[in-house]
Ligand binder design. Structure first.
Ligand code: ZN
Length: 340
């Protein structure tokens, strides 16, 4: 049997070479591979295929995962991931970069906000998932075990959803493992966002991808850039530049990292929800500093009659807000980060 030279190199010169990450065949050293993969072991998942890029350096190094589109209408993350997949040069890499630009594949052409139309659940609330659970739980299980947990680093790119405005920020979760936490903090600081949120949002379900990754020893974070379903060039560029600076900082991409100001830490993340169904008249903008007790807006009924005043429960910064005024009872209104 004649073995192509690049495969021979994989098998003889470098016994540690990684050839597969779960269902994804990684590019040989010095090459880029792109295409689509699926989870063949689960028939419900196998009806979709997911886009990927695999870019492998000739020099040994860590495995770095970039994901986007777990929320299918957060387009700046998806666009940045596609651009990074075409841009990163294997000749400048140490280790390997794997990019999955669109995790919520069922939701993309449906223009789904927040959820996966297969089960109407938020895919970023179901990790670590279950092999016998709902569609989203099964996807989370296979993605986490077969792909994410095989990586040393993971960045999940987000944006303001179709009905959300936000200021750029990064998030990671402290695990108590000083090595993992230290590497995640270096990544978060290298992205170049002004704000860093370390705390869980109040009243929210757990089960986020990056938190499940961190619990498995992967240095993982979220970056948020972009707003209200728009593909604004500066918001995409912030993701592309931020991820490249992280790759340089952790030694995966050649070149000196740009010296960016470390993010300012927000110790709490207060998510305000409406006590009533109605029309939200918002009185603040993202980036505003607000005081405890300050009016943030009001909920009115469909005749314009005031139902509830919405006041801030804390002193802090408005990091995101819901731009659609149509709010169900207990529906999310906005998020306020509380500085250290
Ligand atoms: Zn998101």
């Amino acid at each position: 049997m004649v073995v192509p030279s690049h495969l021979r190199a994989l098998h003889t010169e470098d016994k540690e070479a990684i050839t597969d990450l779960g269902p994804i065949t990684v590019a040989p050293p010095g090459e880029r591979r792109s295409g689509y993969f699926t989870f063949t072991r689960d028939p419900a998942l196998a009806k979709y295929s997911w886009p990927f890029f695999s870019i492998t350096g000739r020099r040994e190094g860590p495995t770095f995962l970039i994901t986007a589109g777990i929320h299918a209408a957060e387009y700046t993350g998806i666009d940045a991931a596609m651009r990074l997949g075409r841009m990163l040069d294997p000749g400048q890499l140490r280790g390997r970069v794997l990019i999955i630009p669109l995790l919520n594949r069922p939701g993309f052409y449906e223009r789904s906000i927040y959820v996966n139309p297969e089960d109407n659940d938020n895919m970023n609330r179901v990790f670590p998932g279950r092999p016998d659970g709902t569609w989203s739980e099964r996807f989370a299980h296979w993605l986490l075990n077969e792909v994410i947990a095989q990586c040393e680093y993971a960045v999940d790119l987000h944006a303001g959803d179709m009905i959300e405005d936000l200021v750029p920020f990064v998030t990671y979760r402290e695990t108590g493992n000083t090595d993992v936490d230290g590497r995640a903090r270096r990544m978060a600081d290298a992205y170049g966002a002004e704000w860093l949120v370390k705390a869980m949002p109040t009243g929210e379900r757990s089960g986020l991808l990056f938190a499940a990754a961190a619990a498995r020893g992967v240095a993982a974070m979220i970056a948020e850039s972009g707003r209200i379903g728009q593909v604004e060039a500066d918001a995409v560029a912030r993701h592309v530049d931020g991820v490249q600076n992280i790759l340089r900082t952790v030694g995966v991409l050649d070149g000196e990292p740009a010296r960016v100001a470390p993010a300012r830490v927000l110790n709490r993340f207060e998510w305000l929800r409406s006590p009533v169904e109605g029309f939200f008249r918002c009185a603040v903008r993202v980036g505003d500093r607000v005081k405890k007790g300050q009016a943030l807006g009001e909920m009115v009924d469909l005749l314009g009659e005031r139902l509830e005043a919405i006041e801030s429960s804390v002193d802090g910064i408005v990091l995101f807000l819901v731009t659609s005024p149509a709010i169900k009872k207990d529906g999310l209104l906005l998020g306020v980060g509380v500085p250290a």
